[in-house]
Design a protein around this ligand. Structure first.
Ligand code: AMP
Length: 227
């Protein structure tokens, strides 16, 4: 990383494999992965006022207000573990959030984000969603078809019983996809002038991770600035 900071942005529809790739990338690059969705679920579990306000929106597959997530994100990236960079998973999701992030990075002397767009056709997403499971303790994602846990229903890392996220129910999931298409996909256009890379996300996690490492190695060596 040449001693500098690295700001990575993992972009893609719900269920495209962002969580799995975030885990692989962060253990490779040793930078934290920040998921605004996980932060909101943690607020909800802790029963905070913010969590309770976000609950109904999340349960319906909508987006929590920009002011709330922007403030949460700005505070989180000030933590010491972000000193060498960080990966954002699920943020920004609106053009307003993207503009806020640009200004925030500039203000804090951080480099512009490198955008990794995991592109997956909608049919494949709905199929994946029904077989998705998550560990409520460490947030690790499994897929019963392609990435099952070693022991059925139990997290490999900490032995916790896996759950199906409430917003992975088919009706809510379809609403999340609609929100993505209408509000979040247009955010991509905001990044076409920046360091944008599209990566085919309808392959195995190992294949996708190899594609990501090859893109990032070039970026980190300063060889490529556009896909
Ligand atoms: P995720 O775990 O990223 O799929 O997020 C779960 C839910 O949290 C989303 O469906 C939204 O309701 C909410 N959420 C997460 N990140 C954001 C964001 N950047 N902006 C608005 N809402 C968000």
């Amino acid at each position: 990383m040449n001693g500098g900071s690295l700001v990575l942005l993992l972009f893609g529809p719900p269920g495209c494999g962002k969580g799995t790739q975030a885990r692989l990338i962060t253990s490779w690059l040793k930078v934290p992965s920040i998921s605004t969705g996980e932060m909101l679920r943690a607020e909800l579990r802790a029963g905070t006022e913010l969590g309770l306000r976000a609950q109904a929106i999340m349960a319906a597959g909508g987006l929590v207000g920009d002011d709330i997530v922007n403030a949460m994100l700005a505070a989180r990236i000030q933590c010491p573990d972000c000193a060498n960079g960080f990966l954002l998973d699920g943020y920004p999701r609106t053009v307003e959030q993207a503009e806020f992030l640009d200004a925030l990075l500039l203000r804090r002397g951080l480099p512009p984000a490198i955008v990794l767009h995991l592109d997956v056709p909608e049919d494949a997403l709905v199929g994946r969603m029904t077989s998705r499971r998550q560990c409520p303790a460490c947030s690790r994602i499994y897929n019963l078809l392609h990435q099952p846990p070693k022991t059925s229903g139990i997290c490999d890392d900490d032995g916790t019983e896996l759950i199906t996220r409430k917003d992975d129910r088919e009706d809510v999931f379809r609403e999340r996809l609609r929100t993505y298409d209408e509000i979040t996909r247009p955010v991509l256009a905001h990044y076409y002038d920046h360091t944008y890379h599209q990566i085919r996300g309808d392959r195995s996690p190992t294949y996708i991770f190899e594609a990501i490492t090859s893109v990032l190695e070039k970026e980190l060596n300063g060889e490529s600035l556009v896909n």
